[in-house]
Structure formats: C-alpha cells, structure tokens
Design a binder for this molecule. Structure first.
Ligand code: NAP
Length: 486
C-alpha cells in the first residue's frame, strides 16, 4: 500500500471510525519527511473509548472461549495476507530497515501472537478437597473448590514506538482471548499501522467496542485512561519513568497493572566463552532496529582474559555494518525514531566520553539523510558511569572487564533494571549457575534469541508481571475461588 500523506486517518471507537478536530504529523525517520497526519485524541475521545469498551464487556466476557479464539484465528489469517500491503506504511513511520519491517514489524511475531492465543487453553485449576471439621459455620465434611480465571474487565493497552504492531498484538491477543475488552493507545510516533490493524479487527468480525483505538501526541488521552473508572487494568510497555507515573496515578482506582519497562541488558562472557559467537550477539544491539530494543545486550561484562580480543572484534564489526537508507536491502543500521531521540543518544554517548570511557567506534553523526547514529562502542567503562547505568535505546554498547564469575554477577546486578540478561560460556552448567544468581526476569544462555512462549517481564525497575505463553492469559485475568460442600 503506497503511502498517502494526505489520507484522513480515523480512530476506532465503539465500532465506528471517528475523525478529530486536530491532527499531528507523522515523520519518516529515514527521510525526515511527513508521511501522514494522525488523529489527536481529546480527553473526551479517551473517555468515549473507555465507555465503549465497558459497554461491550458483558457480552464479550460471556461469549465462549471457542468463539473468541475463532475470531483471533481469523484475524491472524487476515494479517498474514496483509504483510505486503502494510510494509510501506509501517516502514515509513518506524524507520525500521526494510528487512526488519517485513520479518519483525508486520509479519512474524505479530501474526504469531494472534495465532498462539487462537487456541483455547484451560487455565482453571481444580483444588483437592479440604476435609473440614465441624465448626460454628457448619457440619464436618469435604469442601471442594476450583480456582477460576476471570477476565479483569476493560484493559487499556499503552505502548511504545519501537515495534508498534508486535507490542499491541502481545497485549490484545491474550486480553481478548481471556474475555477482556480493550482500548489501545499506541505511541505517538508510529500509530498508523495500529489503525490498519483496527481495520483488520473490524473485518474479522470483532463486535463493536471490543477493541477501540485512540491516537495522540500528548499524555492527556492516555492519562485519562489511567484515571478512568471504566478501565480496570493498564497494560503498559514503555519507559520506567512513565511506568512509575502510571503506577502512582493508577493507585486511586486500584488499577491492575502489567508493566513492561526499561532495561540495560548485561551480557556476561566467562573466560571460556566463544568470542566470535558472543561478538555476533552483541552486534545485534547495532543491527536490530538500531538498538531501540528493551532487551538488547547493551552492557557487556567481559572476562579480562578475553577483553582485548572482544573489544577488537566488536570495533571491526561496528565499522563493517552498513549505516544508512533503511530501504536499501543491505543496510543494517537505519535511523532512530526522531531527531529529539538522536540528540538524546548523542548526548548520552558524549557523557560516556566525558566520564572517561574510550570511544572505539561511532560517536560521529553520519553525513546522510535520516536520524542516523553510527554503531557506537564505549570501552574501559566503570560501573558508576551514566552510560553503564542508564539505557540509551540506541546503537550503543558499553564494555567492562571482570576477573571472577562472582564479580560478573555483582556487576550485572548493580543496576536498577532487570529485564533480560545473557551468559556466554563454553560450559552451560556454569552458565546456568550464573543465570540463577542474576536479578533478571529473563536470562538466555549462549543466544540472544528469546523463547516466545516463555514468561517475559522484568525484575526491579524493569516492570511488574509477566506475559507471553500461558502467563499472558494469567496476566489478563483475576483469580476467583469457588468452593462448595461436597
Ligand atoms: P514512553 O515515552 O514511556 O511512552 C510509552 C507510551 O506511554 C506512549 O504511548 C506515551 O504516549 C504514553 N504516555 C506518556 N505519558 C503518559 C502518561 N502520563 N500516562 C499514560 N501514558 C503515557 O516510551 P517510548 O519512548 O515510546 O519507548 C521506549 C521505552 O520503552 C524504553 O524505555 C524501552 O526500554 C521501553 N520498552 C520496554 C519494553 C519491554 O517489553 N519491557 C519493550 C519495548 C520498549 P504519549 O507520548 O502520546 O503520551
């Protein structure tokens, strides 16, 4: 589908496509040109979307799991056929390289998440009978019980800009399967693919109000969802500071929360690690959506005996990767999302240099169009540096040496974050032992590939709760115990 900058995009509320009195520009990070105008939701629009989801809840909650899963399967089929149609729009608004757009933005995980939750799964748990003595409440007897999973209600899904469709699919697929209704508020930078998803949702036959989509460029509309009594749960993916704000504001209405927040992934290389394998994994920080990935292994903790070899290898790789036009097939590092974000990442790199890190690659703005940042490597870092403690959300890797495994564990845990860590070692049992000591929701051994059905989420400031696989169904449900006299 070619980009139509003058297309009038509309929001989906209560089954209708609605216009707004104002819009804002969507900028292609690759060309820095305007590729669309997205609707600017008002507070009233956010309230209407929440009210529509509330109105649709009873019928959707009472539908059978088979009916809900059949619609999710139909949606997965529709999306599979749309990959080619949506690539242009999603590539232009995210700035992702064409290869990443085709395989990971539009196709792949987005379709897979709807497909996975289109299979009904029993999440209710029978409980062994309890032998009760006679009490003032009744005679002696066996008490039977079930722990049932009930939908939470209306879920507001507030998402970040990096992988708009995948992030939203990962939330609404399990939420809808469990019988919840949703309001989606995508990130301001790249909401157009989500509006296309809304068209597919309508076409698949989801009843009006079950999924509502509002877009906007400011915090008023999503903050309204956080305050709304019509909304039971906030499923948020984004930065830790905004997550903390939502946690605080949501307390007034006792919101259920799923929080998927920032990360500063540690990658430990023990003295028996395969340096070539680890180097390839670390280079994914640069080549995978320009490091705009919460789980990226951006903080390398390398055994001193491998340090020089690793740093040399990484420098060589950083200089080899083609940076530039996201539409050229051989480009590996495309732009970051906005000019403002590029400025922020550049200031982040400069702070590392000012603090005494050695800049071995990157650090200079490529003289090409687009919000580009060259793959950047900062070596000789120390644990107190800002570049070691905070996430850049850009193509920046920091390296620190260590001598003993215990020291590596302490360094890895010396972080406010705890989302995804990695251990590279020639001895998987040693790697497993290290992994168990890491304060991290996920740890991968000798790989940066996640298991898409394993529970996903963060320790510490990286979040609250888990999703994916059956944990997704649990995240979007309340436990209800029903007991009876057997
Ligand atoms: P962000 O600035 O936190 O924004 C995320 C969403 O929050 C946007 O839709 C934003 O919309 C909304 N928002 C802003 N203020 C709000 C408020 N007061 N109340 C409710 N919602 C509000 O994050 P980002 O820059 O898009 O994404 C980058 C961050 O996401 C990084 O920190 C990254 O680590 C994290 N991330 C985490 C995961 C994970 O799974 N753990 C995955 C991907 C990304 P408006 O701007 O329109 O207000």
């Amino acid at each position: 589908m070619p980009i139509e900058p003058d297309r009038q995009w509309k929001m989906l509320i209560d089954g209708s496509w609605v216009t707004t009195s104002s819009t804002y520009e969507i900028i292609d990070p690759n060309t820095t040109k305007v590729v669309g105008h997205a609707p600017e939701a008002t507070v009233a629009d956010a309230e209407a979307a929440a009210a529509a989801a509330r109105k649709a809840l009873p019928a959707w909650r009472d539908s059978s799991v088979g009916e809900r899963c059949a619609l999710l399967g139909k949606l997965a089929d529709l999306l599979e056929g749309r990959v080619g149609d949506w690539v242009d729009v999603v590539q232009a608004e995210t700035g992702a390289t064409i290869n990443i757009t085709e395989t990971l933005q539009v196709g792949g995980p987005t379709v897979d998440r709807f497909r996975y939750y289109s299979t009904p799964r029993d999440v209710d748990v029978p409980i062994a009978p309890f032998s009760s003595a006679a009490t003032t409440l009744g005679p002696a007897g066996l008490i039977g019980a079930m722990a049932l999973r009930q939908p939470v209600g209306v879920v507001a899904c507030i998402t970040p800009y990096n992988f708009p469709l995948t992030n939203v699919a990962g939330k609404i697929a399990p939420a809808l399967a469990m019988g919840n209704t949703c309001v989606i508020k995508p990130a301001p930078q790249d909401p157009l693919g989500i509006l296309l998803l809304g068209e597919a949702i309508t076409e698949a036959g989801f009843p009006p109000g079950v999924v509502n989509i509002i877009t906007g460029s400011g915090p008023e509309a999503p903050a309204t969802l956080v305050d709304s009594k019509d909304v039971n749960m906030i499923s948020f993916t984004g930065s830790t500071p905004i997550g903390a704000k939502i946690y605080e504001n949501g307390a007034k209405t006792m919101k259920r929360l799923l929080m998927e927040l920032g990360g500063k992934g540690a990658l430990i290389m023990t003295d028996d690690a395969d340096v070539g394998q680890a180097t390839g994994a670390i280079a994914s920080v640069w080549g995978f959506h320009s490091g705009q990935i919460c789980t990226a292994p951006t903080r390398v903790l390398c055994h001193r005996s491998l340090y020089d070899q690793t740093v040399e290898g990484l420098t060589a790789v950083a200089e080899m990767l083609k940076v530039g036009d996201a539409l050229e097939r051989d480009t590996l590092v495309g732009p970051v999302i906005t000019e403002m974000h590029r400025d922020k990442v550049e200031a982040f790199i400069q702070s590392g240099v000012d603090d005494g890190a050695t800049l071995l690659a990157g650090g200079q703005r490529p003289d090409l169009p687009g919000y580009l940042i060259a793959p950047t490597l900062l070596a000789d870092c120390t644990p107190d540096m800002h570049v070691v403690r905070e996430e850049a959300f850009g193509p920046v890797v920091v390296v620190l040496p260590f001598d003993e495994d215990d020291e590596a564990v302490a360094l890895a845990n010396d972080s406010d974050y705890g989302l995804f860590s990695y251990v590279y070692s020639g001895n998987t049992s040693r790697a497993y032992k290290i992994a168990q000591q890491l304060e991290s929701g996920n740890v991968a051994l000798n790989s940066v590939q996640p298991h898409m059905e394993a529970p996903f989420g963060g320790f510490k400031m990286s979040g609250i709760g888990r999703d994916r696989g059956v944990w997704g169904l649990e995240a979007y449900s309340e436990v209800q115990a029903i007991s009876w006299l057997a």
